[in-house]
Design a binder for this molecule. Structure first.
Ligand SMILES: Nc1ncnc2[nH]cnc12
Ligand SMILES: [Zn+2]
Length: 330
């Protein structure tokens, strides 16, 4: 049956602060004396109404995490939950700007998150990596600052660099230098594009940032030549269908282009983005997409294989993950 726990899964696109359950945010906010009633309602659910208010809610939720132990709890909880849904690998986006704003150093932030990832791995076997993101609407200087910080403080679990935030602000050319520095330092590169912006935003990310992975990228479907380019260049899309529907990019899942992109030969992966904000989980993404488009367990395994092949981790880890994927079929 579609969406079974026993189909091994892998995730490339989840913002760790965006994975915080509202109850955890409320608990830590209380300790810190921060009012989060504007973003969490009486039923304990996040409230927002569009992309702008979603980003503001995500910013406020992120701001409550102030101690390395908070971040360790956050990542451990998330990776344990992923593993319980059958995931064998996960990459989380981490946001050094949000940690700095909350008064934490980059090193303490990363060490906290890494401790949680290691604890979840020891309990469940799940592998985790981190991708440090610059926030597009914080501007060029802020994004370059993140790149420099990551390069100056290497950590074995921080293996990628990315760009998130408001796609309507700042042409990718503004971030070319940050991506060049990160790429030269050996980090894997990915950028959000084609989520809110159209095909031209994806083309600019490919041309100026030299990424081989795109966060979302689904609006490529509006340009046939771009779809062909993505397929030909073997670009991997970190597709987050539930997020796109929640944010109104598509009205319902059956109008989402993930199946058309896949049939056109584009390499797609499935991801949860900011799960509790969008009432989703990685398992739900696999299950709902499979049910809607008739994907078999084999189709789902192929998606997991794509994610592992495109993962920002070393060859040995990939081989072990692929062996786990294959052995789970037996
Ligand atoms: N879906 C999303 N798009 C852009 N930036 C984000 N930051 C957190 N979630 C995001
Ligand atoms: Zn995202």
């Amino acid at each position: 049956m579609a969406g079974e726990v026993n189909v091994p899964k892998a995730e490339l696109h989840c913002h760790i602060e965006g994975a915080a359950m509202p109850a955890l945010v409320q608990k830590i906010a209380k300790r810190e004396g921060i009012d989060v009633s504007a973003i969490i309602d009486a039923r304990g659910q996040y409230v927002w109404s569009d992309f702008t208010t979603f980003l503001a809610a995500y910013d406020l939720a992120s701001s409550v995490f102030r101690r390395p132990g908070d971040y360790a709890q956050l990542s451990e909880t998330y990776f344990r939950m992923l593993a319980a849904e059958g995931a064998i690998y996960g990459e989380i986006f981490i946001s050094p700007d949000h940690a700095t704003a909350a008064g934490l150093s980059y090193k303490a932030y990363v060490e906290g998150l890494a401790a949680g990832i290691e604890r979840a791995k020891a309990e469940t076997g799940i592998e985790g990596r981190m991708i440090a993101i610059g926030v597009r609407h914080f501007g060029t200087a802020a994004v370059e600052r993140v790149a420099r910080e990551v390069i100056a403080n290497p950590h074995p679990l921080v293996t990628g660099f990315g760009l998130a935030g408001d796609e309507r602000e700042g042409h990718p050319a503004n971030f070319a230098k940050a991506f060049r520095m990160a790429g030269e330092a050996g980090l894997g590169l990915t950028a959000h594009a084609g989520e809110i912006g159209g095909p031209e935003s994806i083309m600019a990310a490919l041309d100026f940032l030299r990424v081989r992975r795109i966060g979302h990228g689904v609006r490529a479907i509006e340009n046939k030549a771009l779809v062909e380019r993505l397929a030909e260049e073997r670009i991997v899309l970190e597709v987050c269908p539930g997020s796109n529907v929640a944010l109104g990019v598509y009205p319902v899942l059956r109008f989402h282009p993930v199946n058309l992109l896949r049939r056109a030969g584009v390499r797609v992966t499935l991801n949860s983005d900011d799960p509790p904000f969008f009432h989703t989980t990685l398992g739900r993404e696999y299950a709902q997409v499979s049910r809607t488009f008739g994907w078999t367990d084999e189709d789902q395994r192929a998606v997991t294989r794509t994610a592992i092949e495109a993962a920002f981790c070393d060859r040995g880890t990939k081989e072990r993950l692929l062996a786990r994927l294959d052995s789970a079929r037996a």
